[in-house]
Design a protein around this ligand. Structure first.
Ligand SMILES: NC(=O)c1ccc[n+]([C@@H]2O[C@H](COP(=O)([O-])OP(=O)(O)OC[C@H]3O[C@@H](n4cnc5c(N)ncnc54)[C@H](OP(=O)(O)O)[C@@H]3O)[C@@H](O)[C@H]2O)c1
Length: 90
């Protein structure tokens, strides 16, 4: 990841990537492949990109990072029908 952005002066990072379930489901109904994909993309992907970009911003003493959240983690506490997705957007 660091090699991909080497030499780039990234001033703004918008972490927009995000996936959820194909439809509303209770916790025990979510297929393992689906929830693992949600965690991988929403958490691992976002963290890896942020970890790669942030040191350059700190070095230059400027930069902005916007993380796309969701009402699923704010409006409805723990959102029962999207609980794993909501956790990745907390
Ligand atoms: N839609 C809503 O109602 C809603 C509400 C609250 C929050 N959000 C949040 O807002 C953000 C955008 O949502 P959206 O509805 O606009 O979603 P979207 O239309 O499905 O767009 C999601 C973006 O993520 C990218 N993406 C998905 N899987 C990827 C992967 N494995 N690797 C790289 N890129 C990948 C997609 O790229 P490609 O186009 O190349 O597939 C797309 O650009 C998300 O973080 C979501 O959680 C959405």
């Amino acid at each position: 990841m660091e090699m991909t952005i080497e030499g780039l002066d990234i001033g703004v990072l918008i972490n927009n990537v995000g996936v959820t379930y194909p439809g509303a489901m209770f916790f025990h109904e979510v297929d393992e492949n689906i929830w693992k994909n949600v965690v991988k993309i929403n958490l691992e992907g976002t963290n890896l990109v942020t970890m790669a970009v942030l040191p350059g911003m700190i070095r230059r003493r400027k930069g902005v990072i916007v993380n796309m959240g969701s009402g699923a983690s704010i409006v409805v506490p723990s959102h029962p029908l999207y609980s794993i997705y909501a956790a990745t957007k907390a």
